[in-house]
Design a protein around this ligand. Sequence first.
Ligand SMILES: [Zn+2]
Length: 417
Amino acid sequence: MKPAHPKSLAAAIRHQLQRDEADMVAFASDLIRIPSENPPGRAYARCARLIASRLRELGLSVRTLNPSGVGPCVSGTFGEGGRTLYFSGHYDVVPAQDRAQFDPVVRKRNLHGRGSADMKGGIAAMAFAVRALIACGFEPKGRLVSMSVPDEETSGPNGTVALAAAGLLERDSLGMLTMEPTSGVVWNANRGVLSMRVVVRGRPAHVGLHFRGVNAFRGMLTVAGMFADLEKAVSERRTAFNISPEAARRSVLLLGGEMAGGHNFNVVPECVSFTLDRRPNPEEDFDAEREALFDIVKRAQASGIDCEAELFQEGRSAATDADGDLGRALASSIRGVTGRSARFELCPGVLETRHYAALGIPALAYGPGLLSVSHGPHEFVAVDKLLECAEVYALTAMRLLSQDHGAFRPGRARRLH
Ligand SMILES: [Zn+2]
């Protein structure tokens, strides 16, 4: 096929996607039917097999990489040589509230089901974006790699983390785009995360012999009070990155998301535990914030309270400049397809973009779903948004893979602190 003029190529891509709508929805629906719930990390192999066979049918050259041994990652490539642009999507989903969520259904042009928005719909959109480029005869200067990974929902070690650790992500790549449910904005930065469980121990005794006991609940009040003081100080700090509403600018320390302890109303409690979830803003010094948490535990121990802390989740903040080539290509594609200017915001949660940013690869999130429905019982994605996003992905890839990469300006991607 002859390479088309960019304008007519863009029109051909839109046409192709419209023709493929039913197949794209069918692919997303087939993915939704596989209950790849995480935790615990179910049905990864089935999901990966389906994605591999569908990408192969769509004309990509497919490899299944399994660096951890239990987390198959499917890499589908279009193009040869040169530098790589990654599309990355996770195929694990949060557990269903209702088994009916694994029976996808389209109502009023919305596809309902677990993972429709987060982010099996996005995986289908990226696959058909590549398919449209292939079908329209686009000749890339470089490679477009569609990467499908597990283990994102628990920040687990078996997906992107394992790919990065095994050296399977190319540092010299053009960028990474992920399909998280961004509700229409682009996320170019994310907060860090430090999730901790604090356990306070005492000695049990019957209420009548209370003087023989040590009350773990009293100890917890003291330790939790110290964290509450920190929470107050932390919430005074505001990020300068875009995020709305205004209250979302505050740095975060969530206290007591999970609590446990005590056996009976008439027994001095022996053991009490509570969690805290610290989400430092990108501007805060991650290591200092980490230290501040452990410092409270040390001070409590020094005051005679028998307590210890376990950090069960840790991830650093990251950011990618909005005005690098990836950000500009994405922004002009969004403007071209939707007629609206792209808005770059700080993601309220953690993002896999951070693993790419840590390698110096510019990484952005933009997807068809709404964050507000994503982990809930009524998750859905609009079919028109799937089409719109697939077109944005295809045009972004077209822009980045049409240019001579000698002149490529990736824009800064950085792990912050
Ligand atoms: Zn997600």
